[in-house]
Design a protein around this ligand. Structure first.
Ligand SMILES: Nc1nc2c(ncn2[C@@H]2O[C@H](COP(=O)(O)OP(=O)(O)OP(=O)(O)O)[C@@H](O)[C@H]2O)c(=O)[nH]1
Length: 410
């Protein structure tokens, strides 16, 4: 079997969006046998079931806490050999958030969908923002000639919209109503100490108003970089776990932030916070329109047929003359910076993909990944009770481990 190129050495320029401009080579033009030199091996679909790595816990339950994270070794980044470094653009693309809207979701949680445009391609990439703390600078920046109503229509408001609202800024509404300064936007201010009842009320009121930056108390914000997968997210494919990963990222970002009540030794009882709408830690899913690891849906569907003919996901891409992974993450870096998530404090990245961890940091480490939270397939973590399963997804995951060097354990 030939040596494959190292994972994710993009042959396409990193920002290229896959648009088939000419007819792709017919499958019959391709050398289907090149990966089958030692083809006494059984076809992948009947290979033995994947044994999950032993280090993750299997207790049949989903937890209401973030899975254990792994510190990302900062020195090893700095000392990376040139050959190990991901190929990054020298400068980040320009991005700006055109519009944002509140989306109540079927799980009961609310999120704000941010639509971005950029200087690198003509696709609409998205930031799915959970919690009240993360805001887009380019969205909030005033635009020439716009009215307060224009600002509200494009989502550049604080607090909550309601019929008849006239200003995009909560402070202005309060001032107009003769109210004093708005309640403290500090994270759960006043909860930690005696006499919390009025403070709790204040928190309840301020939850919808908070527009400050991400509070230091919550540590590095949780980030997921997700690449589009029409098959796994929309048409119920069990060839991959992309849909489940998107759901799980949203669930983790909607979990309530730790409160003093959940901290040992706290004087605040559970009953005090029973009906309180506590803010979630929040986080952001950067949803990049790089379908099929950047090869596009057309090629991905051909790749599926090659997989049914016995090839793994990397081989199928290579046979179609695409890199094993054609994605890039400069847009994600630029979007995270716009959302105020650059700088020293860093982010916690939900992923198993080592390439993502390095590439999202950007050419000058504009964003720092200080912790990595693994994405364990639900089928493993629930002991087989939930999650996508079947021979195709097993093969997909085992190829991620063996060829793309994904890290499925802490
Ligand atoms: N080419 C190809 N792409 C696939 C296949 N199955 C899923 N994909 C794509 O793989 C991508 C999955 O990417 P992500 O969810 O960002 O995750 P990842 O890089 O695999 O790693 P994690 O962050 O650990 O989940 C999506 O763009 C899917 O469309 C496949 O068989 N072939």
């Amino acid at each position: 079997m030939p040596d494959f190129p190292a994972h994710a050495s993009p042959a396409l320029p990193p920002i290229a969006s896959p648009k088939p401009k000419h007819r792709e080579p017919a499958v019959s033009d391709l050398d289907l046998d090149q990966f089958h030199d030692d083809s006494n091996a059984p076809p992948p679909l009947i290979s033995p079931a994947l044994t999950p790595p032993p280090t993750h816990s299997v207790d049949g339950q989903r937890h209401d806490r973030l899975p254990k994270s792994v510190k990302v070794d900062q020195t090893s980044h700095a000392e990376q050999h040139d050959s190990d470094k991901p190929k990054l653009l020298e400068t980040l693309p320009d991005v700006h958030c055109e519009v944002r809207a509140r989306i109540p979701t079927t799980t009961g949680q609310e999120m704000f969908l941010h639509l971005y445009q950029n200087s690198a391609d003509d696709k609409e990439h998205l930031a799915i923002v959970f919690g009240p703390h993360i805001r887009s600078k380019s969205l909030d920046a005033p635009r020439p000639g716009e009215t307060e109503r224009d600002r509200m229509i494009r989502g550049a408001y604080t607090g909550t919209l309601y019929p008849g609202r006239t200003s995009s800024r909560v402070d202005q509404i309060r001032q107009a109503a003769g109210a004093s300064a708005r309640p403290s936007a500090g994270y759960l201010s006043g909860l930690n100490g005696p006499g919390q009842a009025s403070s709790l009320k204040e928190v309840e009121n301020s939850v919808v108003d908070i527009d400050s930056s991400y509070p230091a108390e919550l540590g590095p914000p949780l980030v997921r970089i997700h690449s589009e997968c029409y098959t796994g997210e929309t048409v119920w494919s069990a060839r991959c776990d992309c849909g489940e990963q998107l759901d799980e990222a949203a669930r983790l970002m909607s979990l309530p932030a730790p409160t003093p009540a959940s901290t040992p030794g706290s004087e605040v009882g559970e009953s005090h916070i029973h009906n309180l709408k506590l803010p979630s830690c929040g986080g952001v899913i950067i949803y990049l329109r790089q379908e099929g690891r950047g090869i596009g849906l057309l090629s991905k569907l051909k790749a599926y047929n090659l997989q049914d003919l016995g090839h793994d996901t990397m081989e199928a891409n290579l046979l179609l003359r695409h890199p094993g992974d054609a994605r890039s993450y400069g847009l994600a870096t630029a979007m995270l910076l716009d959302l105020g998530l650059g700088g020293e404090r860093g982010i916690k990245l939900l992923t198993n993909n080592p390439e993502k961890v390095r590439a999202v940091e950007g050419p000058n480490r504009e964003v720092r990944v200080v912790e990595r939270v693994p994405m364990i397939p639900l089928h493993w973590s629930t002991g087989g009770k939930e999650g996508v399963h079947g021979p195709e997804v097993e093969k997909y995951i085992s190829t991620k481990i063996e060829k793309f060097k994904h890290m499925f354990s802490t």
